[in-house]
Write a protein that binds this ligand. Structure first.
Ligand code: PSU
Ligand code: MN
Length: 305
């Protein structure tokens, strides 16, 4: 086992016994969802994993310690920090060494979670939506390191596509350039997070077995194996059609620009702003798609065995 990592007792056991494990990120808890929804969703998602006989490994950094799976003790620490608004950062891949050195706490983004999952020997991870190319990319060069991680770390990531706050066509172009397979779960259409459809076509897969076959082929074939993005649309009843959310997105981006918000603050700002503008509808949709991604991630975790 890796010396920089702290495994929860359940994950240690699951790894020893070769039980299926599904990794989950924690930025969605610290920055993606408003309080107090973020307190409950961790339990909800973990319960869902248990009901599917898969071990959830929520990945988080607390006081400079890298946690692979959270025991009750870590959950208490997180709850306390959330309830008392103590410092919780947003850590992407490059922030991890700094966080260890200065004993910082924070949620791990998709890129950091992919890195730590890989180090821990976990091969599949469920999130809400990945980061990607921001609409302002030609002025700001704001491209999430989630895309770099997908191009370099051989982990299967299940997400509801990427948020419509991003430049979706440009995000798909980068994934294509980097040779990252983008596979639609029973669909030919790349989903747009809150919405089932983005208008962009992708390759369709039908089962967890298909994903695992493709994953195994990549390990045999690529000189530097990439990750895989499994794009799983939000359930129809929980979606916010793009037409409905588009005006809010444009307004949120304008507000961010006026306030000079950029860098790692941008995504959390836009998400919080949309939650406000849609009177919580975007949060409901976010919760539903997270659960939906855990369902598929769990199937893939089982198939990997
Ligand atoms: N999707 C969500 N909520 C989130 C994020 C994605 O539904 O909070 C987070 C993820 O952790 C993702 C990060 O990795 O936003 C991307 O941030 P940035 O654009 O700064 O790379
Ligand atoms: Mn960014």
């Amino acid at each position: 086992m890796h010396s920089l990592l702290n495994y929860s007792s359940r994950i240690k056991k699951a790894l020893d016994l070769g039980k299926p494990i599904l990794a989950m990120e924690s930025t969605v808890l610290t920055h993606g969802l408003p309080y107090p929804d973020n307190l409950d969703i961790l339990e909800t998602l973990e319960e869902l994993c248990y009901s599917l006989e898969v071990e959830p490994a929520t990945i988080i950094v607390l006081d400079g310690q890298l946690h692979i799976g959270m025991d009750d003790q870590e959950k208490e620490i997180l709850k306390n920090k959330l309830q008392h608004s103590q410092e919780l950062n947003k850590f992407s891949m490059r922030d991890i060494p700094y966080a260890i050195n200065y004993k910082k706490s924070g949620g791990t983004t998709v890129s950091a979670t992919m890195l730590l999952s890989y180090k821990a020997g976990i091969r599949v991870f469920a999130t809400g939506g990945i980061g990607g190319v921001h609409k302002s990319w030609n002025e700001t060069l704001d491209i999430s390191s989630d895309l770099k991680a997908l191009s370099e770390i051989p982990i299967i990531v299940v997400s509801a596509g990427c948020k419509a706050i991003l430049d979706i066509p440009a995000t798909l172009e980068v994934l294509e350039s980097e040779a990252v397979p983008v596979l639609g779960w029973k669909t030919n259409e790349f989903p747009a997070f809150y919405s089932q459809k983005s208008g962009k076509k992708i390759d369709k897969i039908e089962s967890a077995k298909d994903v695992v076959n493709i994953y195994k082929t990549i390990q045999k074939l690529y000189p530097n194996p990439t990750g895989i993005l499994v794009a799983n649309p939000v359930p129809e009843k929980d979606q916010i059609p793009y037409k409905e959310i588009a005006e809010h997105i444009i307004a949120a981006i304008d507000e961010a620009k006026a306030k000079g918000i950029s860098g790692k603050e941008l995504t959390p700002f836009l998400l919080a702003n949309l939650a406000e503008k849609t009177a919580g509808k975007s949060v409901q949709s976010n919760l539903a798609l997270l659960k939906n991604n855990v369902l598929i991630g769990a199937q893939i975790a089982k198939e990997l065995k």
